[in-house]
Design a protein around this ligand. Structure first.
Ligand SMILES: [Zn+2]
Length: 145
């Protein structure tokens, strides 16, 4: 077993214990870094790198096809995980999400290509983290938990 676990540089937070005790999408957004602790790339790493950020933010993701360090690598499986989060709020588009951090599942209608990212919504505009963002694809399901 490799013990070469990368640690994040400490971040400025009001309370370090609060930061590490409660998982949140805002933390995952901040911690996203476009890679995974496993240092592997599958070519299409949207779910892989996003689940790395979610796990680093404190979430646990137990089922699905995973990379060597246990991060999910399939967008639809990560969407299924988000869908089942306790007290999840689900919205079908950006219009009803004017603020906050949202896990977003995007899907292209003509071939069913799926993508996941996190949006920080701000009055009809948004910023995102992930390997890409496809706001023009037909499916734009937002989940907040
Ligand atoms: Zn990995």
């Amino acid at each position: 077993m490799s013990t070469n676990v990368k640690k994040h540089a400490s971040k400025t937070v009001n309370s370090e214990s609060d930061f590490f005790d409660t998982a949140s999408l805002s933390k995952a957004y901040e911690l996203y870094e476009g890679k995974c602790t496993c240092d592997t790339s599958y070519g299409n790493d949207c779910a892989h790198f996003l689940s790395n950020a979610l796990i680093n933010a404190g979430y646990s993701i137990t089922s699905g096809v995973k990379c060597p360090t246990g991060r999910l690598i399939r967008a639809k499986e990560l969407r299924d995980w988000a869908k089942k989060m306790p007290n999840v709020v689900e919205r079908t588009n950006h219009d009803s999400s004017s603020s906050g951090y949202w896990f977003v599942y995007q899907e292209r209608a003509n071939d069913g290509q799926g993508h996941v990212c996190i949006h920080k919504e701000n009055q009809g505009k948004h910023t995102s983290v992930g390997t890409g963002d496809y706001p023009d694809w037909e499916v734009q399901t937002h989940y907040q938990f």
